[in-house]
Design a protein around this ligand. Sequence first.
Ligand SMILES: Cc1cc2nc3c(=O)[nH]c(=O)nc-3n(C[C@H](O)[C@H](O)[C@H](O)COP(=O)(O)OP(=O)(O)OC[C@H]3O[C@@H](n4cnc5c(N)ncnc54)[C@H](O)[C@@H]3O)c2cc1C
Length: 320
Amino acid sequence: MANRVLILADVVDGSITPMTAELVGAAQRLNAGPVSAMLLGSGIAAAASQISGVERVYVVDAPALAEYTNDAYTQAALAVTKQADPAVILLGQTNVGRDLAPALAYKLDTAVAMDTVALEMKDGKLHTTRPAYGGNARAVNSFAATPAIATVRPKSQDPVAGGAAGEVVTVDFQPGEVRTAVKDRTVATAEGVRLEDADVVVTGGRGLGGPEGFQGIEELAHMLGGAVGCSRAVADLGWRPVAEQVGLTGKVVSPTMYIAVAVSGASQHMAGCSGARNIIAINKDADANIFKAARFGIVADYKVALPAVIEAIKKARAEG
Ligand SMILES: Cc1cc2nc3c(=O)[nH]c(=O)nc-3n(C[C@H](O)[C@H](O)[C@H](O)COP(=O)(O)OP(=O)(O)OC[C@H]3O[C@@H](n4cnc5c(N)ncnc54)[C@H](O)[C@@H]3O)c2cc1C
């Protein structure tokens, strides 16, 4: 294995997402050799120019990759890996990355570290850190096999700032048997910024009492240019779509500001938001677990506190 790092470009609806620059940033900081990207999809080749800070972009552009399927994408990633010969492969901890990384590791007879938040090379080996036990502990892993494969939690890494676009290398790909066919696709409609990319997330919990309690949550999120999240209790009750659920069995978010309103802060919820730079909690119970993680807290009924916060922001903005 050569000293090269390969990242999987993260693509949503044909566009490169911010996750890609975060992966390139993490890969560069490893100082483990030249960084290249693989870009997989159908009708995707033009997006290669959006990837900067890499030596090469290996493009597999094939109709078989129009929709994500584990078997077709694993085959394509294997074709790139064979050509690029990396020592380290990084993918995002995204829907695609979390499904593809273990399959790729199995096919390459190596190991994978999932949902990592810190990466470094020590004595020529990749060491990764990942939250364990619902975010209450951190596990550090190193690799005995190569290539070392890791998925990286969105927003845990500073993105690469600019840099030249890489040389485009078209990889010859003849898909073998693909046993999965995508029959239907339902797009979750979300207005504004995506939860995973949001710098501000305003989350509502069961203590809001019903779906109508989310009016204030939506208003605050909108004012701050953020996204709405919810706890699993809320999603299970059908008050909000599952796509908004934050936590162990929901999305993992790492915004600059995470505002949790009427959320108790169960460990399974914290597993999805403990990477936030600042947690702000509104809860009427001063002993609620969320306050242990919160940088700022308001102990009050949200029906009083939330409108007051919204008014205060409006006033501050009006005063410039
Ligand atoms: C395997 C497993 C996986 C799970 N995965 C997830 C996950 O991904 N995400 C997740 O969120 N949960 C998850 N859970 C569930 C988790 O354990 C909690 O049950 C859930 O997070 C509770 O949601 P909540 O905080 O909204 O509700 P509650 O625990 O009911 O808390 C409501 C809070 O609102 C406060 N409150 C009530 N009224 C008001 C008011 N008027 N004003 C202000 N505050 C008020 C209360 O004091 C309380 O703290 C999982 C559980 C299991 C077992």
